[in-house]
Design a protein around this ligand. Sequence first.
Ligand code: PHB
Length: 404
Amino acid sequence: MARPELSHGVTRSARPRRMLPGLVVTCFALFVSVPGAFAAEPIKIGALLPYSGVFAALGVEIADALDLGFDTFGREVGGREIVVIREDTEGKPNVGLSKAKKLVLRDGVEFLVGPVSSAVAGALRDYVHASQVPLIIANAGNNHLTGESCSPYVIRVSFSNAQINRDMGSWMVSKGFKRVFLMAADYAAGRQMMEAFRTSFVAAGGTVAGEEYAPLSTKDFGPYLGKLKAARPEAAYVFFPGAAAMAFVPQYEGFGLKETIQLAGAGWLSSAFNIERQGAAAAGFIGALNYVPSIDSPENIAFQEAFRARFGRVGSEFAVQGYDSARLIVEALKLTGGSTEGITEAMHQVSFVGPRGELRIDPLTNNVIQDIYVFETRSVGERIEQVVIDRFADVRDPPNGCRL
Ligand code: PHB
């Protein structure tokens, strides 16, 4: 009712009086919504991880440790507060991509941290490259993202699939295992890990006795274990992650294979994460990984104490990757004064000793350079533990076609 009347009745002299209340309201709103009047915008970070599906527990572990990392290394850089927004990839490539777009376009995040799955990482690559929002990979090992499909906007703190497994082929031959059966989850990560192992294994004189790839969702490994048994290898070299790893280890024992065929593989099969629940079935497993909780260093002891105090459990390799992601972001932002401008170059300058040892980002590939630990799962008194039996120092990937 009032509107038409006012607009019709407006004269030149009346106009300023009409605008005044609006101006006051706007100024007041600005004042209350920006505490400290001109405080800088927060730095929003998208924790793009699986919080449901087969990788759910891994995603929660990384996100929890990312929060712990920001609380430890800095919640504010250059006067800007760091705010983390969680989005669930469900471990699915299409969901991961649409959540990445939501985080960038709707929430305005300046970094993405994640994902867990190599398949999801593959789906994110082109969008991240085009949008120029840095993706800090906190798990997914997909070789291509720091190889032929590398990008200045993809920086990996975790590992590449080849980096974990490459040296294990010749290592197994050197320990007398010359006939080995390969078994892995049937997707990018499983295929890439087995390929890396095979290359050095065959070059060192080993023979592949057979190989099987099972869907990530497999719960009954019976048919695959039957084929393994029939091939009569000296060892099995295996990669299963998440819930599949949890199921595989007791079934391997239940099938009567544990005593006759050495179980070895990418260390996630008997991760710190599920070792307690796997119990004695996991004893004797030989694995390769970028971290085990038993590393005896002041940095690792401090990390484990802080993680246990906050979450009441042992911090796994996934936790360390989240924690180190936070540290890399904070250290690099300190170098750029809180801006993402030049962040990749800043990340190349950062190096630190974290829970897993010394860590730096390779300027040739943007993949992490780190030690890889060979461990044996052993019963130590009442406890079951990953005991380090060997170490490959300062492992870095060849560029594999990457030109940054
Ligand atoms: C991967 O998909 O790259 C992946 C997932 C879980 C792991 C390791 C690698 O534990």
